[in-house]
Design a protein around this ligand. Structure first.
Ligand code: UT7
Length: 322
């Protein structure tokens, strides 16, 4: 049995911050952000209650309704996030409680922008082993709480939001998938958690913010995504032409165009919402999936290539039949 997606849902905060709003905060302008990234606006949380947990729950409820399953039917809940509201319990446990998914085992995955793909990979492995039959997989981020709002090189890039899918074990669906990581480049994109703090060690009380060497991550993405694609196509005995849509992590429109160019593919095969949502890290692929699903773009039998890449460094990819 393989992973088959049977429902999608997403949540984007109502508050929209345009590039002109960014220009009121830091030394930047719409022209720089648009031409370097393709981003025009991003959604940002705007109340204490509208947090990571809340967004994950909203997306999950929509995905559940879309799938026709009940919360008690779910065997496993995985939440991909690096911006939980609690160190413990996990966001997945909070979602489980709110949904009343009393039979599910729930835990979080920390794999940054590749997190949702790590979730798909993990669930597919569970399904293949026969351990579980149904899953809720969520990608959710409130990166606005961990970016430095005085650093123009990062704060203009990110947005908040959540996307979720319901998957069931089926005869078709996941065709092939992979995931990987390379901790030797951990410093390229990072955000420190709390430092040591006990009666015997002095602490730096300053909280850390997201640091990114953008150019290194850019080069990594443009190299790694085609590498993953070729591996999966070979494994599945498929060609580039068999793939209907390439749904990549929405970090930067220029990354998408560079990859499309490398593969000699037209941009209409690379749906994107980075102009409206910015980079929502682990949430970007499930938000895009939900958008395309509800627009009717994805047809039964469509072949999709999904790929996420980011901090760690981490990467994940999947070829799946809709
Ligand atoms: O989601 C996780 C994965 N993340 C990614 O995939 C991100 C990948 N990287 C990128 O998308 C791009 O590297 C960025 C969008 C982050 C940066 O674009 P870039 O073309 O690589 O710009 P840069 O960092 O080389 O900066 C070029 C110039 C610099 O000025 P100087 O040194 O040339 O005078 C920056 O200081 O642009 C300046 N700059 C800005 N100017 C106006 C940086 N940020 C801004 C800004 N507004 N917001």
């Amino acid at each position: 049995m393989r992973l088959k997606i049977i429902g999608t849902g997403s949540y984007l905060p109502e508050k929209i911050a345009t590039n002109d709003h960014m220009a009121q905060l830091v030394e930047t302008n719409d022209e720089w952000i648009s031409t370097r990234t393709g981003i025009k606006q991003r959604h940002l949380v705007s109340s204490p209650e509208e947090n990571t947990t809340y967004m994950a729950i909203q997306a999950a409820k929509k995905a559940l309704a879309d799938s026709g399953l009940q919360a008690e039917d779910i065997d496993v809940i995985l939440v991909a996030t690096v911006s939980s509201d609690y160190v413990t319990p996990s966001t997945a446990c909070m979602v489980q409680k709110e949904l009343g998914a009393s039979h599910a085992v729930s835990f979080d995955i920390n794999a940054a922008c590749a997190g949702f793909l790590f979730g798909l990979n993990t669930v597919d492995a569970y399904f293949r082993c026969g351990v579980y039959q149904t899953a809720l997989i969520i990608g959710v981020e409130t990166l606005s709480k961990i970016v430095d709002w005085s650093d123009r090189s990062t704060c203009v890039l990110f947005g908040d939001g959540a996307g979720a899918v319901i998957a069931k074990a089926d005869e078709s669906g996941m065709i092939a998938c992979l995931q990987g990581s390379d901790g030797t480049h951990a410093e390229v994109l990072s955000c420190k958690a709390r430092s040591n703090n006990n009666p015997y060690i002095s602490t730096d009380k300053n909280l850390d913010y997201v640091f990114m060497n953008g150019q290194e991550v850019f080069k990594f993405a443009v190299r790694k995504v085609p590498e993953c694609l070729n591996l999966l196509l070979e494994q599945a005995n498929l060609t580039l032409e068999d793939v209907d849509y390439y749904l990549l992590h929405q970090a930067n429109y220029r990354i998408l165009t560079s990859i499309a160019k490398k593969l000699h593919l037209p941009m209409d095969k690379f749906p994107s919402n980075v102009d409206r949502c910015g980079n929502t890290s682990a949430a970007s692929i499930p938000i895009l999936l939900d958008e395309l699903n509800h627009k009717g773009v994805l047809k039964e039998g469509s072949i999709l290539f999904l790929s996420g890449f980011g901090a760690g460094l981490t990467w994940g990819a999947a070829l799946l039949k809709w």
